[in-house]
Design a protein around this ligand. Structure first.
Ligand code: PLP
Length: 274
């Protein structure tokens, strides 16, 4: 596997990042996961813009987006595969233990792993922990993913593949790695960005293509929703057919199926044109 580290392609086993990298010691980093279909990245420009936004929010030096793009293209070319997951990681760089972030710059890693298409349906659960919509990291895609790891483990214990959070005022927010949509009285809704959810790229495309409304929703809408689906880079649009043990349906409901279809039809235009 060839990866990109700070300006050049290297063999993954030879690539070294300092043990004093702030990304490792204090989780001071941001990242993106980008889908790649036969070596072509999906929505790469949107991902690069969000990487820059997250870096700004965390006070990291601005990433050189031309270099990040070059790194993505080089890694894709060096590791051909049908369906890949590009991972861009950008951290605060090396600084001595216990010190503030130095001015050593930043660390940029682009890696790729093979993946498979996610199933069309899944089960999800709610978890008792909250997303802090007023927190300093709200809406940023940082490497501080510990809360998501804990919540996802709780979901897996219950036979589900995603855990859904409410925010501090009890409104539906998002999953550990996905945004959530619900159908209520036949209408499609998703929580607004002010709920504290990540500005998901799949979410934004689904809002515009499937015409979802951005609505503050109490968590208990999940008890009466006719349909629920998740969106994310690796899931695309994925129907939730069981929520907290309640079976909604055997397969995607009509609104979800329509959103899946529109997403598949419109996606081609988002593939990186290079
Ligand atoms: N919310 C969180 C917390 C995520 O980590 C992700 C993706 O990883 C998403 C939502 C979905 O975002 P996207 O559609 O850009 O993959």
């Amino acid at each position: 596997m060839r990866i990109w580290l700070d300006g050049s392609l290297r063999n993954a086993e030879d690539a070294r990042v300092s043990v004093f990298d702030h990304g490792l010691t204090v989780g001071d980093g941001v990242f993106e996961t980008v889908k790649a279909d036969h070596g072509r990245a999906f929505a790469l420009t949107r991902h690069l813009e969000r990487l820059a936004t997250s870096a700004r929010g965390l006070g990291l030096p601005a990433p050189d987006l031309d270099e990040v793009r070059r790194g993505c293209e080089a890694v894709l070319d060096a590791n051909p595969m049908p369906l890949g997951r590009l991972r861009i990681t950008y951290t605060g760089g090396e600084s001595p233990l216990g010190s503030d972030r130095g001015d050593a710059g930043a660390t940029l890693v682009v890696a790729l792993s093979a993946t498979t298409r996610r199933p069309d349906t899944t089960a999800a659960v709610t978890v008792p922990w909250t997303r802090n919509e007023r927190g300093a990291l709200a809406g940023l895609k940082t490497t501080s993913y510990g809360e998501n790891v804990v919540a996802l483990a709780r979901a897996r214990e219950q036979g589900a593949t995603e855990a859904l959070f409410a925010n501090t005022v009890g409104a539906l927010c998002e999953g550990t790695g996905s945004n959530v949509f619900v159908v209520l009285d036949g209408e499609l809704h998703t929580p607004p960005l002010a709920s504290g959810c990540l500005a998901g790229i799949t979410r934004a495309l689904t809002v515009s293509w499937a015409g979802a409304k951005e609505t503050d929703l109490p968590l208990d809408v999940l008890e009466r929703a006719e349909e629920i689906f998740l969106t994310s880079t690796l899931r695309d649009v994925q129907a939730v057919t069981r929520i907290d043990g309640r079976q909604l349906s055997d397969g995607p409901g009509p609104v979800t199926a329509a959103a899946m279809r529109i997403f598949d039809e419109q996606s081609a235009a988002e593939i990186d044109p290079r």
